[in-house]
Design a binder for this molecule. Structure first.
Ligand SMILES: [Zn+2]
Length: 684
């Protein structure tokens, strides 16, 4: 439930940027007037009106799949983080200190010569473990050792893991006082089942390239008969894919609430030796689970029973090489990028090594870096300003909910209770994670990553024996994003998104409400959307809506889904209104609440005209300029296929659902974005 699409584990190029100072011209505290295309009528195509001139003059840098303010901030933040890490590493830090960890992790990743010299030797131990698999039991044990806490079904909505299953540990659906493991599907090398199943010339071509990619990686690893093995691995993955839930079904919480006891696995999902699997995964004594994707757990387990051992062993060998390719010799790095960067995302060039090193450090030592980052770049004054805006937004929601004509008093009472207990985190967590158990060794890039993955897994397993911590963050402070945590009824606004153009302490309040205000409103709305409506103030899965209220909500949702289904960026592909519904509701609600909050902040005074624009004009332009983005075709197709967020362009057109947008830009019937008042979606 985040602001931006989640960078899936394999979409290498989603967050990768280069600063182009000429194009970004960030120093005008206000609307980018030069980015407006005055040849477009705002009511026909508001995204093109607000951003057309910028789109025309901007080229997507060669190492990126898309480009816009989000990517520019990622780039800027990455530069800042590099400086912090380099400073921290100066002057011989104490072994085991934060400075030693970030410095050595980064330096090891950067050490291409050292990595080249080692060849595949870091993987030797794991290759030997795969070779030693001799029966279904030892296969099950090995698979158990691959389980990691690398998915997140409700917060970052990351449904991807390349291990056969992934685990997400969070409070129970029906028992919010205790944490429980949620078991998710996995095991594919391409982003989603659609890539294996969908019949189209585009997907046929991607599949052929993926088979070739598997063969390339096996050949690089010196494995004989690579082409035949690649075909068998591809066939096995295709069989796994057929058991997978679709992205749309993955988002349906009601389909995910399948409590299984430990003993149920062997009965309901025969094939895998579950005793061996759970023991190897350090879950021997865990009795209660929630199986998010039952068809895949059943189907994949059956494939462990039915498919030849030799195919599984080849599959696991490929998984290892593919997963760790980024810290193997250059030939592996390049081969992986050719498929995941270029074929899947259309990105011509890999980003520089140091950028990948920073991204990996951020991913694996996130809060260690985050602590350094906020100390230098997130002053208390910025935190205070955002907290004041959050207060205004919460007040706007309170007023909107209270005056809703269609909602029953009973449901309103529950909604307001939920609003009152919402925990809003701004900038960084109150309590930092403890990384003392994670050992980082200079010169051991592979070992560092392996240990970091295992550290994260163990840290999550420990939560099974600890009280639920609603203050835990799921994003790191240096991440340009924001997120709602439905079970914790909490929001995280990392420090890095609280920068211009989203939030500019020197800009007019209309701009800030249109940009970051709408994002804050977006995240608050997730507590009350089609998913949020399923969780009460304690995060318990309990529908707190009356049937009539839910019916009204679903009707409004259906209208919005139809609005988005009609957007067609390619002749053969339209936006999926249902798959993106939660996010689109959040955009409409967030923008509406931000507009209310802006009005409240004026205290009845008339907004000043600045830059030749009225307050409302600045508000809406700031919103739609915050969504400006250019995206490569492959990346856009991937996003439409697997992501819960609609493409940025259509999110920028959310304005058409707000009455105030019409007079602000003189929008008239007959213009393409015009909606008659009945067709404008107003959920909250
Ligand atoms: Zn969202």
């Amino acid at each position: 439930m985040s602001r931006f699409r989640a960078p899936s584990g394999i979409a290498l190029a989603v967050i990768s940027l280069t600063v182009l100072p000429v194009q970004s011209s960030p120093m005008t505290h206000g609307i980018d007037l030069a980015g407006i295309d005055h040849s477009v009528v705002p009511g026909d195509d508001f995204f093109a009106y607000a951003n057309g001139a910028w789109i025309k003059k901007t080229e997507i840098p060669a190492d990126k799949a898309s480009y816009g303010p989000g990517e520019i901030l990622v780039e800027k933040t990455r530069e800042q983080v590099r400086g912090l890490i380099q400073d921290a590493a100066k002057g011989k830090p104490q072994p085991g200190s934060d400075a030693q960890k970030v410095g050595d992790y980064y330096a090891s990743y950067l050490d291409e010569a050292g990595i080249e010299a080692k060849g595949l030797s870091p993987l030797k131990g794991e290759f030997a473990n795969v070779s030693a698999i001799k029966d279904k039991k030892s296969l099950s044990i090995y698979l158990g050792t691959t389980l990691r806490a690398d998915v997140d079904a409700l917060n970052s909505t990351n449904f991807y893991t390349d291990n056969i299953f992934g685990v997400w540990i969070s409070q129970g659906f029906e028992d919010p006082a205790h944490n429980i493991p949620y078991v998710l599907q996995g095991g594919l090398g391409m982003p989603d089942r659609d890539y294996y199943i969908q019949q189209s010339p585009k997907m046929d071509a991607v599949r052929a390239k993926y088979r070739a990619h598997i063969a390339t990686m096996l050949k690089l690893a010196g494995i004989a008969d690579a082409d035949n093995k690649a075909q068998a691995i591809f066939d096995l993955e295709s069989k796994i894919a057929k058991t997978h839930a679709s992205r749309e079904d993955s988002e349906d919480v009601k389909k995910a609430n399948n409590p299984w006891k430990r003993g149920d696995f062997a009965v309901k999902a025969p094939g895998l030796d579950w005793d061996a699997y759970f023991a190897a995964a350090s879950l021997k004594d865990q009795q209660n689970y929630i199986v998010w994707h039952p068809t895949a757990i059943v189907g994949t387990s059956a494939l462990v029973g039915s498919e030849p051992l030799a195919t599984w062993k080849d599959y696991l060998t490929f998984r290892l090489v593919n997963h760790y390719a980024g810290i193997l010799p250059k030939a592996f790095v390049d081969a992986k990028f050719a498929f995941y960067g270029t074929t899947l995302n259309g990105t011509p060039k890999n980003r520089d090594r140091w950028k990948r090193a920073i991204d990996s450090t951020n991913a694996n030592l996130g809060e260690v870096v985050g602590k350094l980052y906020v100390a230098k770049y997130f002053p208390p004054s910025a935190k205070a300003k955002i907290e004041a805006m959050v207060k205004d937004l919460l007040a706007a929601y309170h007023a909107r909910i209270s005056r809703l004509a269609w909602m029953s008093p009973k449901t309103k009472e529950k909604a307001l209770a939920k609003l009152a207990t919402l925990r809003v985190g701004v900038g960084y967590p109150d309590k930092w994670k403890d990384y003392s158990a994670l050992e980082i060794v200079r010169g051991d890039a592979f070992g560092n990553l392996r240990r970091a993955e295992m550290f994260e897994y163990k840290r999550n397993l420990a939560k099974l024996h600890e009280p639920v911590d609603r203050g835990e963050w799921v994003m790191v402070p240096q991440e340009v994003n924001a997120v709602n945590l439905p079970l914790a009824n909490a929001l995280n606004f990392p420090a890095a998104i609280l920068q211009a153009p989203y939030f500019d302490p020197d800009a007019d309040i209309a701009n800030n409400f249109g940009a970051i205000g709408a994002t804050i409103g977006h995240e608050i709305s997730h507590s009350f959307d089609d998913t949020g409506a399923l969780f009460d103030a304690q995060g318990r899965l309990a529908n707190w809506w009356t049937p009539d209220d839910l019916k009204h909500f679903q009707e409004a949702g259906a209208k919005l889904a139809a609005q988005f289904d009609a957007y067609k960026p390619f002749p053969d592909l339209h936006v999926h209104g249902k798959q993106t519904l939660s996010e689109n509701i959040a955009d409409v609600a967030g923008l509406s609440a931000a507009h209310d909050a802006y009005m409240l902040s004026l205290n009845g005074k008339k907004a000043p005209v600045l830059q030749g624009l009225t307050g409302d004009q600045r508000f809406f332009l700031a919103f739609t300029q915050s969504w400006r983005e250019k995206e490569r075709e492959e990346a856009l197709r991937q996003q439409i296929t697997i992501d819960g967020h609609a493409p940025a362009e259509y999110r920028g057109d959310t304005v058409r659902n707000l009455d105030a947008w019409y007079p602000a830009f003189n929008v008239k019937p007959g213009q393409k974005l015009y909606l008659d008042p009945k067709s404008r979606v107003q959920v909250w």
